[in-house]
Design a binder for this molecule. Structure first.
Ligand code: SF4
Length: 75
């Protein structure tokens, strides 16, 4: 599984970084997935703190999916 933060939806509450600091960080005013933690695997996907971060994100910017994250927009 993959965890992904949609920066277009994130408004920088930093709650994800507080709830699951091993997976999320707060950089330049946005929640981000820490490098190397994008691929959560079964273990992290079942980590209650990650699932709570997904559930409690006030802008619903975090998703956990089976598919790869969307490709970045290209100019
Ligand atoms: S909890 Fe949601 S809105 Fe807040 S920083 Fe994290 S991704 Fe952004």
């Amino acid at each position: 599984m993959r965890v992904f933060v949609d920066r277009d939806l994130c408004y920088g509450s930093a709650e994800c970084a507080h709830r699951a600091p091993a997976v999320f960080d707060f950089v330049d005013g946005f929640g981000v997935v820490r490098p190397g933690r994008e691929e959560t695997g079964e273990e992290t996907g079942e980590d209650p703190s990650v699932l709570e971060a997904v559930e409690k994100c006030p802008s619903q910017a975090i998703s956990i999916t089976q598919a790869p994250p969307p490709a970045p927009d290209r100019p």
